[in-house]
Design a protein around this ligand. Structure first.
Ligand SMILES: [Ca+2]
Ligand SMILES: [Ca+2]
Length: 315
């Protein structure tokens, strides 16, 4: 009897934990929706010196200045949230770490008709003596924030329920300051979605460097037989004839950089040609940025098709 009860309990616990796991999987994690914006003498940038979640947070600084006299200066993280009715918001939160609790972060909800719902940082009525004792990482949620008068999120939720929130800003925009302050902000959660506070990936976060070597098919071995393929990329769709292998490109470390992909996975570059009777590629200018700088380049015509390949040594 006891062991049967135990089995039932065990099954129940297992079922509940499986439900929890699937609930966690339902919550979405959204990257690339956060833009850091600064005006005047403020700064807004990604940093790895502080982080609550993953490696980076947004660092917002405002220097000491007189906000009545100085030109506009603000620093904020702008989150392009998936549009949502105010009335459908069940909760929101974000992480903050502020070195000067006298200067709380603001949060702004930008609505579809131009209305801004503005929260003026932590609701100090919650903290005895008026001090928010949070100079360490602190997860702020809707009930911690003072919305001026009327003071609560619930008021806006019921009175603006049919308006649509298009974006949310967290920062120092409208407050101004006569003291300097540095704030770090990390992941913003809205209902089940988490807007990830990490810098956007750059090309070298995703791709390796490659060294490219000229190749030749040995005389006594069978040759590549040319064939037609259709290639689609950001420039459009094009029929191309693949002629013969000309280069192989092998992942490399440049000045000690880490190689991300297995080194046996390489690129094999085939010389390609636009068939005579097909429309020709129209040259265009593009702006290309890499570790050496940025430059405008004219794209003339397709020249090689790079095909992922496996490289093995034969000698
Ligand atoms: Ca982060
Ligand atoms: Ca939006």
């Amino acid at each position: 009897m006891k062991s049967k009860l135990f089995s039932i309990l065990f099954a129940l616990v297992l079922a509940v934990s499986l439900m929890l796991v699937s609930a966690a999987a339902d919550a979405s994690s959204i990257t690339g929706a956060v833009t850091l914006v600064a005006e005047g003498d403020s700064t807004a940038e990604w940093t790895d010196e502080e982080a609550m979640v993953d490696d980076h947070s947004a660092r917002l600084t405002m220097p000491n200045r007189n906000w009545y006299i100085e030109p506009i200066s603000n620093a904020e993280a702008q989150i392009d949230v998936e549009d949502i009715r105010v009335g459908d918001i069940t909760g929101f939160s974000f992480w903050q770490k502020v070195d000067n609790v006298d200067l709380p972060l603001c949060i702004e909800f930008n609505l579809n008709d131009g209305t801004v719902i503005r929260g003026y940082g932590l609701d100090r009525s919650k903290f005895p003596g008026g001090d928010a004792p949070h100079t360490d990482w602190f997860q702020v949620n809707e009930s911690d924030i003072s919305f001026g008068w009327p003071p609560s999120w619930d008021y806006y939720k019921s009175n603006y329920s049919d308006y649509i929130v298009e974006s949310i800003y967290i920062g120092y925009g409208p407050i101004g300051s006569t003291q300097s302050v540095t704030a770090y902000v990390d992941d913003f959660a809205l209902n089940e979605a988490t807007y990830v506070f990490e810098p956007p990936l750059g090309p070298s976060d995703v791709l390796d460097h490659f060294t490219c070597y000229e190749v030749k098919e040995p005389k006594d071995l069978p040759k590549f037989e040319e064939r037609d393929v259709v290639v689609t990329d950001q420039f459009g769709e094009e029929a191309l004839t693949v002629k013969k292998p000309k280069l192989i490109c092998i992942p490399c470390s440049k000045d000690g950089s880490e190689i991300k992909n297995p080194e046996i996975f390489i690129l094999k570059l085939y010389q390609i040609k636009e068939p005579k009777d097909s429309p020709k590629f129209e040259p265009r200018d593009v702006l290309v940025t890499d570790q050496f700088g940025e430059e405008v380049l004219t794209v003339k015509k397709p020249k090689y098709l790079a095909v992922p390949a496996l490289k093995e040594h034969t000698e």
